[in-house]
Design a protein around this ligand. Structure first.
Ligand code: BQZ
Ligand code: CA
Length: 676
């Protein structure tokens, strides 16, 4: 191909992004400044709980519901100090719940529901404000951990005496049940995809005693596992409720298990601060405070401060609109189409919400399905596309046909969007511009790449054909998967279809609801897809395993066939080796070098094709206190985690009448609704 290409535009490094300063600066601290675990002299709770529940014998006193040494948030680290009880955070979400069995793969509709319900061994959302020298996940259900001398074993100490929201003890049994019967069970995939490879292939976990478990690794000091112990890959479920439904302990099928706790099952036991008490389809999910929550403030007040959480079941775009208007309380402003209007309204003096932009960490990529091995049972047409996807010239043709400037401007004009070639984002800590290969837009060059891939328009209808021996030389016909839950996903997908049409490739859009998109994606039934990027492209250290197809079910765009066979391309194997090296290394400089290499291999070979990257803004109603300055909407986790909702409060004189079920608590598991 090189002779034909002599006159073409050649790959280069990406241009510098336009200046866009983040508005808030985090207040950087060490982890121990945020909280510690300790027993206090006395504890308190909202008065109505003592009066209506404890004094009537319905609940034990608060000190008996708390662990021996609860997690104690320090007042000095609270932006506005200790708070007052009451009020609600009114979320608006675009997702819909499948059920409460997160551990077997149910979504609850996203938007912070699962993040709030299922607490994890460690916690990473708030880590955006940790000093670089102390950068490590925060303890959570795991209060501490020690490495063996050779670094191949990690002993994890669990919080002692904490209870699920129905009063059942939380202990190592819950942790082992999650591990043995979910992570290690090939027939179960927890919602965020935890698998054996997530923790390093060959890793084992054993119970030491009621509050201690021990990991054994194949490598020394795999620090990444501390990040994998955070949301969403190590959040254990209530074994006392789940176990009787699991196929290993019952006559249930795996499908039965997944569906055993539908959305109308109330009082599902959680370790999180609020428990589901009401569900109305396409309307609302309401949660009330967990009377057994295991975190307190320095004065011994049991958290959370907020008595209720609401999730209105609407659309993601409506989340922005309602947060700005003050009828909702929170939004991750992430759909660039809404920026101008949201900024305008938030700048007005009487604006009910504040809006703060962070770094450019919302990004989208176009992913080819790279499995040539039958994943997702492709028909003849789809298999021909998979074969093309595995051809570098074809991927080069696609990327060179994408006009990223035009695509970004079609979402929002101004300095927001930047050219994104793919891979790690510029502006993040492991990014290296010189290691980033960028194929600039040039239609003529793109067409030459197509020719090099063997594709020409043989019948002159404007669309390229397969070679005569493939599908009888028909026009190339591809599908593009995207979710229609977000305007941005739809707009970008439509933009890609239009640009590929200019290239001479016919693309049929397949836009689905988020849940259907996830199912279609995870079963491999697509040719190409447009997807918002996950966290590992920002932080690298969180979900590192997702950066390459290291396991049979790790990657979104290359998985094993039914026989478990993978067919990695040589460059993918290189990526896998680099990622495994990165995970095994605890040398900072070496890790930097590995990631430079990774970025080069990934962007040069177009594992994913970058589309655009832009900043997001946190919108939050002004009546809330304790929102940490400079909270990014997405980094180690979404802002719903990073703002530490259990510590957020509304000052007494700012409280509103928004509670739907005041002075009630969650029912027993499977009960009817809130109880008085
Ligand atoms: C944030 C987030 C909290 C999932 C989801 C949703 C799913 C994906 C992703 C985001 C939503 C919001 O994102 O857009 O701002 O509130 O929930 O979980 O896009 O379809 O599968 O990964 O987190
Ligand atoms: Ca044709």
């Amino acid at each position: 191909a090189s002779a034909v290409m002599a006159q073409s535009v050649t790959p280069t490094t990406p241009p510098d992004p336009p200046d866009f300063a983040a508005q808030g600066e985090p207040n950087f601290v060490n982890r121990e400044e945020i909280f510690e675990y300790m027993a206090l002299d006395s504890y308190s709770e909202p008065e109505w709980i003592t009066t209506n529940f404890v004094e009537t014998g319905k609940l034990p006193p608060v000190e008996e519901r708390l662990p021996t040494a609860p997690l104690v948030y320090k007042a000095a680290n609270m932006p506005d100090g200790t708070g007052a009880y009451g009020d609600v955070m009114r979320h608006v979400i675009g997702g819909r719940p499948e059920g409460w069995n997160y551990f077997a793969g149910n979504t609850q509709g996203w938007g912070g529901i699962d993040i709030g319900l299922y607490e994890c061994l460690t916690r990473t959302g708030p880590v955006f404000q940790i000093n670089p020298d102390d950068l490590e996940p925060l303890p959570n259900l795991a209060t501490s951990w020690d490495w063996s001398e050779d670094g191949t074993q990690l002993t994890v100490h669990l919080i002692e005496g904490a209870k699920w929201s129905d009063g059942d003890p939380f202990d190592a049994e819950d942790v082992m049940f999650y591990w043995d019967n979910h992570v290690m069970d090939p027939q179960v995939t927890p919602l965020n995809g935890a698998s054996p490879e997530t923790f390093g292939a060959g890793t084992t976990l054993e119970q030491v005693d009621d509050y201690t478990v021990k990991f054994t690794f194949q490598t020394s000091h795999p620090e990444a596992v501390l990040y994998q112990m955070a949301y969403g890959t190590f959040c254990p479920g209530p074994s006392h409720i789940l176990k009787p439904e699991h196929p290993e302990f019952s006559d249930n099928s795996y499908e039965d298990y997944r569906n055993a706790f539908p959305p109308d099952y109330m009082g599902f036991p959680v370790m999180g601060a609020w428990v589901p008490v009401e569900y109305r389809p396409d309307d609302i999910i309401v949660m009330r405070r967990n009377p057994y929550y295991w975190k307190v403030d320095e004065n011994g007040n049991q958290l959370p401060y907020l008595d209720e959480m609401q999730y209105k079941l609407s659309t993601w775009a409506d989340r922005d609109v309602q947060a700005v208007a003050g009828t909702g309380d929170f939004s991750n402003l992430e759909q660039a189409e809404n920026y101008v209007e949201a900024l305008r309204r938030s700048a007005e003096d009487d604006a009910p919400a504040r809006l703060e932009f962070g770094p450019r960490i919302i990004g989208y990529s176009l992913y080819p399905n790279l499995s040539g091995n039958g994943w997702g049972q492709p028909d003849e047409r789809a298999q021909a596309i998979r074969d093309l996807n595995r051809n570098l010239d074809f991927r080069k043709a696609i990327t060179t046909a994408i006009d990223r400037q035009r695509l970004g401007n079609s979402l929002v004009k101004g300095p927001f969007t930047a050219i994104y070639p793919g891979g790690l984002y510029s502006g993040t800590s492991y990014y290296d511009q010189d290691s980033t290969v960028y194929y600039p837009y040039d239609l003529a060059t793109a067409k030459e790449y197509l020719k090099a891939a063997g594709l020409e328009d043989t019948d002159g209808d404007g669309f390229v054909n397969h070679p005569a021996d493939v599908l009888d030389g028909q026009n190339v016909q591809m599908t593009l998967l995207a979710t229609n839950d977000y305007q941005t996903d739809k707009n970008l997908a439509e933009g890609v279809v239009a640009m590929l049409e200019e290239l001479g490739i016919r693309v049929a859009l397949n836009t689905l609801s988020g849940n259907d998109r996830d199912a279609t994606r995870d079963s491999g039934r697509y040719d190409w897809m447009v997807m918002r990027n996950p966290t590992e492209l920002i932080t690298v250290v969180q979900r590192t395993d997702q950066l390459a197809p290291v396991g049979p079910r790790t990657s979104f765009n290359h998985r094993a066939n039914d026989a478990g066979e993978m067919d990695l391309l040589p460059f993918e194997q290189e990526m896998v080796d680099l990622i495994n090296q990165f995970i095994a290394s605890d040398d900072g400089n070496e890790r930097k070098e590995i990631m430079k290499n990774y970025q080069k291999v990934r962007t040069e070979n177009l594992y994913g094709i970058g589309l655009t990257q832009y900043p997001g803004a946190l919108i939050i109603n002004k009546r809330f206190s304790n929102i940490p300055p400079g909270t990014p909407i997405f980094m180690y986790n979404w802002a719903e985690d990073s703002i530490i909702r259990e510590r957020v409060y509304v000052a007494s004189d700012a409280q509103k009448d928004y509670e739907l079920h005041p002075q009630t608590l969650p029912p027993a598991p499977g009960g009817d609704g809130p109880v008085q």
